[in-house]
Design a protein around this ligand. Structure first.
Ligand SMILES: C[S@@+](CC[C@H](N)C(=O)[O-])C[C@H]1O[C@@H](n2cnc3c(N)ncnc32)[C@H](O)[C@@H]1O
Length: 283
């Protein structure tokens, strides 16, 4: 008799996010600190590093309210979210896509009224069916990507959502900007990973338009000052960014490692290729 043992599904990103780090983890592994108690990720995005590390105590922050809501729904209401995603799966068609896309939030009030399963399911559905799988908002904060041409898009995987729900069980997930981290990370027991919108290395490589808040050069400098303050407190800090003279100059007082990446979200197939990025560590 053959007994099939199903391997448990490992937690991993449930959405595809611009700048996702899944492909780079193998190069990051040797740079993670060995011991820490608390994990902080202030630009959580798709959360690839969080799901890889599965820290016991964590605080995840992002400025995007739709994203914070979706994480909270996965953590607290995974089964209800799965039901709603199954509905989208069954109804999927161009008409359904554009009808869901048109459900815009006129203000941020919905977020402060409590966890919102419909908006969370909408975000995952659009993310998995839109062109290039790239979540992009226009200057008004509206998701405006056309439908993708996938024949049978995999809108959700219930096992990944359940594994992620368990991984997120003890995570605190808050809306806000990265400097908020200074109120929380205070000692060598703390590890902060920053994956900010990258400094653009050419006019066409600007992936900084994740949402209505663009990430300016001043904010890159403010972020470096936050890293310095944390480092002075003994906090272990790791940060990724593009490989360019501006970024290397900003972080010249810390360790700078070179990472080899493949540009994987680019509409122009010819521009996909190997580029380098930097990984800064303060320890
Ligand atoms: C590069 S992505 C993170 C990618 C992520 N680490 C992953 O593996 O998918 C950057 C994230 O930072 C968020 N963000 C942009 N400006 C921010 C700010 N000022 N403070 C906090 N988060 C911000 C964006 O909403 C986006 O989710």
């Amino acid at each position: 008799m053959i007994i099939q043992v199903q391997s448990p599904v490992l937690p991993r990103p449930f959405i595809k996010w611009a700048g996702g780090k899944s492909q780079l983890i193998s190069q990051y592994v040797s740079h993670f600190p060995k011991d820490y108690q608390n994990y902080y990720e202030p630009f959580v995005g798709g959360g690839a590093i969080f799901f890889h590390l599965q820290p016991k105590h964590s605080l995840l922050i992002d400025i995007n309210l739709e994203l914070v809501n979706v994480y909270r729904c996965v953590r607290d209401r995974a089964e209800d979210l799965i039901d709603r995603l199954e509905n989208h799966h069954q109804q999927h068609s161009p008409e359904h896509y554009y009808q869901v896309r048109a459900q815009l939030a006129v203000s941020d009030d919905w977020f402060y009224e409590g966890i919102n399963l419909d908006r969370a399911a909408r975000l995952i559905y659009l993310n998995k069916t839109c062109f290039n799988g790239l979540y992009r908002e226009n200057s008004k904060g509206h998701f405006n990507v056309p439908i993708g041409s996938y024949k049978k898009p995999a809108i959700y995987d219930p096992e990944i959502l359940r594994a992620d729900s368990i991984a997120l069980r003890a995570a605190q997930i808050e809306p806000g900007s990265f400097a908020q981290i200074l109120q929380h990370a205070k000692s060598s027991e703390d590890f902060v990973f920053f994956d900010p919108p990258y400094y653009p290395i050419s006019a066409t490589s600007s992936f900084t338009a994740y949402n209505r808040y663009s990430f300016s050069e001043d904010q890159q400098i403010q972020l470096r000052d936050v890293v310095t303050e944390l480092s002075d407190r003994g906090v272990k800090v790791m940060l990724s960014n593009s490989d360019c003279p501006f970024v290397r100059e900003l972080y010249k007082d810390f360790n700078i490692h070179t990472i080899y990446a493949t540009r994987n979200i680019n509409c122009n197939a010819e521009k996909r290729g190997k580029i380098t990025e930097v990984l800064v560590t303060t320890y």
